[in-house]
Ligand binder design. Structure first.
Ligand SMILES: C[S@@+](CC[C@H](N)C(=O)[O-])C[C@H]1O[C@@H](n2cnc3c(N)ncnc32)[C@H](O)[C@@H]1O
Length: 242
């Protein structure tokens, strides 16, 4: 199976041949995901009904921030057969190619999505915003996701919300002065994460038509419970923010 497919119009940012240039702050985060590529188990819930209904099993689907491809495997097992995965961690992409070879995988610097406009019937963004604490990087990502989707295509966003229990409140309060945002926190294992307000995620999604929004409880990659949200969005024929 073909392992990578990069649009001819897209070139990664390379300073020296073969070296990806990450945005500021993103390189350290990518090194963390490389270091844990074979240690973490992801299980953020993925419901495929809406994807099947709107994109079809043959629809072209991008899993953005695919990790080691466990959601690609779930899609493959449900019969989806036209799958691409993108991630900023070389370690995650290597594991995905080895363990879940049901997709074409591409390593990205994170600043652009390496596909041309209107390439996908659906894009998944599962527990990726939580690894991107910077609001402007998140906003740039949403405009890239808008670009690579077909008109009528589905953006499936699911991520973690701000919690009100004492453990979370303590860490949000501890790291708010350093990051200037309530909900951002650092883990001793070497990564900065973010839990979001629903309003913030709705603002990021403002260019899209909302099909459905659900809140639920999810287990995090470290085995804790967190509030979570699932937003099924659709690319309209014109940007609703414009
Ligand atoms: C918590 S894991 C979730 C993986 C996958 N979506 C899943 O649910 O199984 C987050 C993934 O996002 C990737 N990631 C973090 N920041 C990213 C960015 N800016 N662009 C693409 N991937 C990113 C990490 O390397 C990691 O593999």
């Amino acid at each position: 199976m073909e392992q990578t497919r990069v649009s001819p119009s897209w070139q990664p940012k390379l300073s020296t041949p073969g070296v990806l240039v990450y945005d500021r702050g993103m390189e350290a985060q990518a090194s963390y995901w490389d270091a844990v590529a074979y240690k973490k188990r992801f299980g953020h819930p993925l419901l495929t009904g809406e994807l099947e209904k709107r994109a079809g099993l043959g629809g072209r689907i991008l899993d953005y921030g695919c990790g080691y491809g466990r959601s690609i495997r779930e899609l493959h097992e449900r019969g989806f057969c036209n799958l691409d995965g993108v991630d900023t961690s070389a370690g995650m992409i290597a594991r995905a190619r080895a363990e879940n070879p049901f997709a074409r995988y591409v390593l990205t610097s994170g600043s652009e999505i390496p596909f041309s406009r209107g390439s996908f019937d659906a894009v998944l963004l599962l527990a990726v915003l939580t690894c991107m604490p910077d609001s402007s990087a998140q906003a740039r990502l949403f405009s890239e996701l808008f670009r690579v989707l077909k008109v009528g295509g589905i953006l499936y966003v699911s991520d973690l919300l701000i919690n009100s229990d004492a453990r979370n409140r303590r860490r949000y309060e501890r790291f708010e002065p350093r990051h200037g945002l309530y909900g951002v926190f650092e883990l001793e294992e070497g990564v900065t994460l973010r839990h979001h307000t629903r309003e913030h995620l709705e603002r990021l999604a403002a260019s899209f038509k909302t099909i459905s929004v659900q809140q639920f409880q999810a287990e995090t990659m470290n085995g804790h419970q967190s509030r979570a949200i699932r937003m099924i969005l659709q690319k309209p024929s014109r940007n609703l923010r414009a």
